[in-house]
Design a protein around this ligand. Structure first.
Ligand code: ZN
Length: 282
């Protein structure tokens, strides 16, 4: 999931200065967010209507007129009335410290002072929206690499005549994984590796694969962190999985398979090689 955060920047009240609001809008855009600016002198009703129409994750209110104690809570009240109180509201402008504290107690997520750096505002908004959606920011990071490419073969020894004799690659020690019905040999290549998979018996999923499709690429394994949470997140996003909970793979670290119908016919493995347990045979 590639979530683009949507923010409405609004100017409630009667003051005619929107330089600060425009600076924040630009900073949020620079941070990769989609920003809608309402323009000057909007009523709380207009602001909430725009927020609902634009389906935003957050509303930034800027007020220099001194009416923040009335206008900001009114935006919160209207959001609640529309059952949209999950939209984060933050604010800024000329707001005395004690007013800021009181507004935050009423449910404004944060009041920024004119001295706050725009980068800090963007980071805060991003973090608040992710938390609100129950997402950890790291779960939105792409995989850090291809850990290995799984190749189904009838015989590892026979396959190594090509990879060993002609490509001059070296296989690591062969591991048997009886629970999966396979023998496995990892063959390091640069910063990734091949995983040669040979069936141990007819019941092995790799045996079924060979029968159906013949020898060839069986799966692609991406390295990611937070595997368990990532798997839960993918399930929430409607991605069908083969492995319901991460399990320890042949390499001694947690792995999980997604269903190939989610990924154009490619069996995708996610794995977390950083979680390699000490002392696990490999
Ligand atoms: Zn694998």
């Amino acid at each position: 999931m590639n979530k683009k955060i949507r923010v409405l920047i609004a100017k409630p009240g009667l003051d005619g200065h929107d330089r600060g609001a425009l600076v924040i809008a630009q900073a949020l855009r620079d941070a990769g967010m989609e920003v809608i600016y309402t323009g000057l002198r909007q009523s709380p009703k207009q602001i909430v209507r725009a927020a609902l129409q634009e389906d935003v994750d957050a509303i930034g209110l800027s007020c220099l007129s001194g009416a923040h104690n009335v206008l900001f809570p009114e935006v919160l009240r209207l959001l609640k009335e529309e059952k949209a109180e999950d939209i984060i509201v933050f604010g800024g402008g000329v707001i005395p410290y004690h007013d800021a504290v009181a507004l935050e107690e009423k449910g404004i997520k944060k009041i920024f002072t004119p001295g706050t750096s725009t980068k800090a505002v963007a980071a805060f908004v991003e973090q608040a929206v992710y938390e609100n959606l129950g997402l950890k920011k790291e779960l939105l990071q792409p995989p850090t690499g291809v850990d290995h490419i799984g190749i189904a073969v009838h015989s590892i020894e026979q396959a190594m005549t090509f990879y060993g004799d002609h490509l001059h690659l070296k296989a690591e020690a062969t591991v048997e994984v009886p629970s999966e019905g396979v023998r496995v040999a990892f063959v390091p290549v640069g910063n990734t590796k091949l995983e040669l998979l040979e069936p141990l018996n007819e019941e092995s999923p790799v045996a079924a694969f060979l029968k159906k499709r013949g020898e060839g690429i069986h799966h692609v394994a991406f390295s990611t962190g937070s595997l368990e949470e990532r798997l839960e997140q993918l399930k929430k996003e409607g991605i069908p999985v083969i492995t319901d909970k991460p399990k320890t793979g042949a390499g001694g670290y947690p792995i999980a398979f997604l269903h190939p119908k989610a990924s154009n016919g490619v069996l995708v493995e996610l794995c977390d090689p950083k979680q390699k347990e000490e002392g696990v045979k490999s």
